[in-house]
Ligand binder design. Structure first.
Ligand code: B12
Length: 267
């Protein structure tokens, strides 16, 4: 019998060998691509997002999981289209003008795409006009804007202002290392996310999570072995215990979520 929990687990482990085999087996058994997407793949990538938010896995594990998920999604895409599964919405994403950092933005794109949205990646060094043109062309509902430099962060206000001036029904969500919830509120952005998982949660909150690709809650899934191996023993801590290194100035929306990753230059 098709094992959705095993698919979920394979995403979590980033296991590019086992995952397509499990998906093929499930398809052969007659499970719909939509069920595989919702109850296996999305459930798995959500778990990845949760663990990432809790600092229980880190960027490399998240990228490995996302790569396995994306490869499988590409394979499932024709079947999903044939079965009439529509994306939950469309967003455009990019790093603002003057800024070439794209690792965080790419993670955001991967996770939001994994959550069932169509993501138009505008790349780096994006002027407001580029975001707006892409949103107009693709009938997007939101702009996800990233900045990593304190010198480029103020350009997010230009994006917010120009989006408002465009008259398009677009939400603007911002994020990136120097960005805070307070700053997002100050410039009139509609949403802020501290990491790629929050990018998904905020997008869902603003655009609505309901739709054809809503994932069921995953069953208990073990942490990826790679993550456990990668961490030094000293770092291992019981799940319920609060994090040892809270940030001096936590982001307002981050629900006291500290970042264990070194973030020099973060405000
Ligand atoms: C890698 C890196 C580079 C690479 C970028 C490669 C690439 N393809 O991205 C290169 C070498 C090109 C680079 C160049 C520069 N860099 Co640099 N760089 C970094 C570094 C080390 C890591 C950034 C990173 O990828 N982090 C990992 C990702 C996963 O985290 P993240 O980007 O924060 O994204 C997460 C969240 O913020 C959030 N998020 C991000 N975007 C969005 C968007 C939305 C909508 C949401 C909801 C969430 C969200 O989700 C992500 C995933 O969880 C940082 C140091 C640091 N600790 O951050 C410096 C850093 C950002 N760089 C810095 C500087 C100064 C520069 C340069 C100016 C250096 C120079 N003198 O040339 C240039 C600027 C070039 C330019 N015009 O952009 C400074 C910025 C200081 C400041 N306060 O402004 C930093 C902080 C280093 C430092 N401590 O001084 N850099």
């Amino acid at each position: 019998m098709a094992d959705m929990n095993a698919i979920c687990q394979a995403v979590l482990q980033g296991d590019r060998v086992t995952l397509p085999k499990l998906v093929d087996a499930a398809l052969r058994e007659g499970v719909s691509a939509k069920d595989i997407l919702n109850n296996g793949l999305i459930a798995g990538i959500r778990r990845v997002g949760d663990l990432f938010s809790k600092n229980e896995i880190f960027v490399p594990e998240m990228l490995i999981a996302a790569r396995a998920m994306n490869e499988t999604l590409e394979k499932l895409q024709p079947l999903l289209t044939a079965q009439g599964v529509q994306p939950k919405g469309t967003v455009v994403a990019g790093t603002v003008k003057g800024d070439l950092h794209d690792i965080g933005k790419n993670l955001v794109c991967i996770m939001v795409r994994g959550a069932g949205y169509k993501v138009i990646d505008c790349g780096v060094d994006c002027a407001a006009e580029k975001f707006i043109a892409a949103a107009r062309e693709n009938k997007a509902q939101a702009v996800l804007c990233s900045a990593l430099l304190t010198t480029t962060m103020p350009y997010m206000k230009t994006v917010v202002d120009e989006v408002k001036a465009s008259g398009l029904p677009l939400k603007v969500v911002i994020g990136g290392a120097p960005v805070t919830k307070t700053y997002a509120d100050k410039i009139g952005a509609d949403g802020y996310g501290a990491d790629a998982n929050e990018a998904v949660l905020v997008t869902e909150a603003l655009l609505g999570a309901a739709g054809p690709a809503v994932a069921a809650k995953p069953k208990a899934v073990a942490k990826p072995k790679a993550a456990a191996k990668a961490k030094p023993k000293a770092k291992a801590k019981p799940k319920a215990k609060p994090k040892a290194k809270p940030k001096a100035k936590p982001k307002a929306k981050a629900k006291a979520k500290p970042k264990a990753r070194a973030r020099k230059g973060r405000r």
